[in-house]
Design a protein around this ligand. Structure first.
Ligand code: AMP
Length: 199
């Protein structure tokens, strides 16, 4: 049982670490950026509404992503926990998530923030732009997305710090090194007295 959020700037490795956690724990991973990209590629109404924002590195309106997450978390496979990647990104989203969970008598167990230097993020984004051809991975959009993150992350961090949920993990270095640090942070969480996140 683990209800977890991964926070961090674009290029911090949230997607990679979320996928690895999903494989290791069997928990479903919900990556809002990935779902939006799929919806855009498929030309669905949601995709059409999100397209311009995503391509310009702006946030998609809160209502759209909140509804998306609310629906997905209602699926049976999320009953025993989940890993959220790229959501929430605003305080309003975080508060909506708290409400969605509270309606079911649940709450988050942990929020892991992957921290990383801007220079390393830019290097990773350049590499990803070459290998994956993400349309929002141009240097300019990447810088803009980092700015959007910087503007929004303070209140989000404060919200989770107040709830005692925030754990910072060094996101620099190799994927394996970061995975090991994430594991160590989660192990420390599950060993706390009164924890019900033991698996
Ligand atoms: P990501 O793959 O997480 O970097 O997300 C790619 C893009 O999808 C972002 O730059 C936003 O345009 C959009 N997006 C993803 N998640 C959210 C969210 N929680 N709120 C608003 N927009 C989002």
């Amino acid at each position: 049982m683990l209800r977890m959020v991964l926070l961090g700037p674009p290029g911090a490795g949230k997607g990679t670490q979320a996928a690895r956690l999903g494989r290791r724990t069997g928990l479903p991973v919900l990556s809002t950026g990935q779902v939006l990209a799929e919806q855009i590629a498929a030309g669905t109404p949601l995709g059409e509404q999100a397209r311009a924002c995503v391509e310009h590195g702006e946030l998609v309106p809160d209502e759209l992503v909140i509804e998306m997450v609310r629906e997905r978390l209602g699926d049976w496979d999320c009953a025993d926990g989940f890993v959220l990647d790229g959501f929430p990104r605003t305080l309003a989203q975080a508060e909506a998530l708290d409400r969605v969970l509270a309606e079911r008598g649940e709450r988050l167990d942990v929020v892991v923030e992957l921290t990383i230097d801007e220079s390393e993020v830019l290097a990773r984004i350049r590499k990803r732009a070459r290998s994956q051809h993400r349309r929002d991975d141009t240097e300019e959009t990447a810088r803009h997305r980092m700015q959007v993150f910087a503007d929004r992350s303070g209140p989000l961090r404060d919200h989770y710090r107040r709830q005692g949920l925030l754990t910072a993990v060094d996101g620099s270095g190799s994927r394996d090194a970061v995975s090991a640090r994430v594991d160590a942070a989660l192990a420390e969480l599950t060993s706390r007295p009164g924890s019900d996140t033991g698996r």
